[in-house]
Structures are given as structure tokens and as C-alpha cells.
Write a protein that binds this ligand. Sequence first.
Ligand code: ZN
Length: 253
Amino acid sequence: MAARQDLATDPGLQEDLLQARRGTAFFARKLNELTDAELDGGTLLPDWTRRHVVAHVGYNARAIARLVEWAATGVETPMYPSPEARNHEINFGATLSPIALRNLFDHSAVCLSVEWRDLPDENWSHQVRTAQGRTVPASETVWMRTREVWVHAVDLDNGATFTGIPAPVLERLLKDITGAWKTRGTDTGLLIKVTNSAGNGTGLMFGDTTAADPTTITGPLPAIVEWATGRGSSIRATGPDTNGSAPAAPKWI
Ligand code: ZN
């Protein structure tokens, strides 16, 4: 018989699962606030309507559930057959009727939650491979989903903002993004300083911390992450060639 509660007993993992499910509820709330007609509207992502975002978030849950199944059974099941198949699936999903689109989101989220719930402690360390080709423990699937649901809720562009995302999620996201920049060397001369609500430094710093005369991006965590994910810029910048406004953030994905 399937468990009614998560089999995972690690407190950190339980906390991460809670954050992923909260994010899913956050996305669901914003989706439910949209009328069927409003699903045709635009988003913060170029070329994507809300239909594309909802389809993507639904198919993303299914793809992540395949990784959890992989960890459970040992049978290799990739997220997507190919990048083309992933994109084709999203474009197809965007043409579904509003009710089918909403069902896709709801069902896929429940299925993923059940896959996580029923994964025994020892399987969470089993290695799986993401669509980007990274080999990660199954526990990483929780974070992969967490950042999708929180950020894409903002992308729906009907009222959710980065200030609605919990600080631990924002901080981890910023570490991911600036880590990717560092790996690619695209953060040269770019220093990111996080301030608190009073505008004072928090000691949180990312990017090129050794540059002599860096372009310094300063702002509260939600605004910094909004900028770093390429979703807008309500932050200040100082340094060479800035005139006070922040340059476009380096590409992240
Ligand atoms: Zn996504």
C-alpha cells in the first residue's frame, strides 16, 4: 500500500519538499485567478503566452516525475526524448482547451507529489541525469521543481512578484545563476551586492568579487533576482559605463 506521508525522513529534504509544494500552490493560485480568456495573454517570457507557461510547467512536472521514477526503479527514464520533443510538447500543450490545460497542471503536480512521497529514504541519493546532462542525486529534483514553479508564477504576469518568493528560494536561485555565470566566465567585472530593506549591505555578495573597478549591482534580494533572471530591473548600478541603470544580466539558461 502506498504511504500517506512522505517516506523521506531527512529534515532538510522534508523542508525542501515543503518549499516545492508551497511553490506549486503559489503557481496554482495565480493560475486560478486567470479567466480562460486571459490564458491567451502575454507573459514575462518573450514569445510565450500564459498557455505556453502553463503547458511548460505541467510537462516539467511530468519530466521531473520521470527522474523520480528512475531513482525508484533504476530503469533509466530521461526527462525528455530530446530538446526538440520538449519544445514540440510545449507548443502542442499551448493549443489545449483551457480545461485540459488546467487539468494538465493539476494532474501533473499531484503525480509528481506522489512520486516524491513514495520514494524511500535510500533512493533519494540515486543518481539521475537532467535534461541539461547534469548527473544529480534524486533529491535535486525537488529544487529543480521549486525554482520552476516560483519563477513561472511571476512569469504569468498577473500580480505575482519576486517579493512573494521566500528568501531561501531567492538566495539559492541567485547562487545557481551566478554560479552558471562564473562557469562560463560571463560575470567578469560584475559585482552583485544584496542590501536589506533599509538599503544597507547584508554581506551577501556574488559575481566577480576580485575585480578592481567592477560594475556593482546593488539592491534587495527580490530585485536582484528579478534582474539576474532577466525579468526586469528596478535596481541600481555603479561603476564604468552604467549611468546608474543596471546593464542587462548575462544569460542564465
Ligand atoms: Zn521553466
